[in-house]
Design a protein. Structure first.
Length: 318
């Protein structure tokens, strides 16, 4: 927030207004600023990169999720992280399109590092909450890639991914909360065979996991396909196709850790210690099925959101 405040105040004292529409209409390159426009851009970007989060500014996220109660984890993953992506779209790209274009060759590789690093570290996690927290680092890398590919298609995909990730990861944290509430365990080494004891939780957890790895028909697939198509066809700089391909390859790692987690938690032989563990009750079924419905509707008919998202992109000038 301190970084963001410096950037906003310098911008105000240079341009004389906080109004985003007026600032967007100005040619800021002709405004005499205390700091170079690139420095203002980087101050604001740093704040949003921590929020998103982007490697190597991501280290607060796993600890925050691990220590937070389930409801806070759902809000953090479902809503609060998206403020980083929204800020980048609305302020960094909206107010400084030329600086964004100049710095895209640096930011896009960071996005791909976030995608691959987040997926790789996720493979090593034993705690369900930390596993999903690190997967968020990877998935927010897709958002960063879509934003700074700077094409209408890729930014549409980035916005759709923010909504999709909110539903998918929010549901994953809710399911971890239910598993922990019933078994008092989150460690993969001691969980196992729960599909027999809690079939509804197992099925919904599996649906959320498959949406996270981008199974066709789910919101995760729709968002990632649009991001990859947009960034692969982008002309923002020469090597972006290579970075897009690396991002696509990382989906294989995502599939690995999701399927490994589901198999270890639910689909091993049943353990005697979990006999009699209850399944989801009526209220719990109501809210988890609502999440599943949203994930499937967006996956099968993404136009329900894409048509809305596209209305806002012309204002950014792309």
């Amino acid at each position: 927030s301190a970084f963001m405040l410096v950037g906003i105040l310098v911008l105000y004292f240079s341009a004389g207004t906080f109004n985003l529409q007026e600032l967007a209409a100005m040619d800021l390159s002709t405004v005499r600023t205390v700091l170079p426009l690139t420095a203002i851009f980087l101050f604001i970007l740093t704040a949003f990169a921590i929020k998103l989060p982007v490697f190597p500014l991501h280290t607060w996220l796993p600890d925050a999720h691990t220590d937070a109660p389930t409801a806070v984890s759902v809000m953090l993953a479902g809503v609060l992280l998206k403020m980083g992506g929204y800020g980048m779209l609305r302020i960094n790209v909206g107010l400084f399109p030329e600086v964004a274009r100049d710095l895209a060759p640096i930011i896009v590789p960071l996005a791909v590092v976030s995608i691959i690093y987040g997926a790789g570290v996720t493979l090593r996690q034993k705690d369900l909450k930390r596993l999903i927290a690190y997967s968020s680092v990877s998935h927010m890398g897709y958002v960063l890639l879509g934003i700074f590919a700077l094409s209408t298609i890729s930014m549409t995909g980035a916005a759709l991914q923010m909504v999709s990730h909110g539903f998918v990861t929010g549901l994953l944290f809710a399911m971890v909360g239910l598993v922990y509430d019933k078994t008092h365990q989150r460690n993969l080494d001691v969980l196992g065979g729960l599909a027999r004891q809690m079939p509804v939780i197992a099925v919904v957890f599996s649906v959320a996991g498959l949406a996270s790895l981008g199974l066709p028909g789910t919101s995760g697939f729709a968002a990632e396909v649009i991001i990859f198509l947009g960034s692969f066809t982008s002309t923002v700089f020469e090597g972006i196709r290579l970075y897009t391909v690396l991002g696509v390859i990382a989906i294989v790692v995502t599939a690995g850790y999701i399927l490994w987690m589901l198999q270890r938690t639910f689909y091993t032989p049943p353990l005697e210690r979990y006999n009699g563990v209850p399944d989801a009750d009526v209220l719990e079924k109501a809210f988890i099925f609502t999440f599943v419905a949203a994930i499937m509707v967006i996956g099968l008919y993404p136009a329900v959101l894409v048509d809305v998202i596209k209305l806002g992109l012309p204002a950014l000038g792309f």
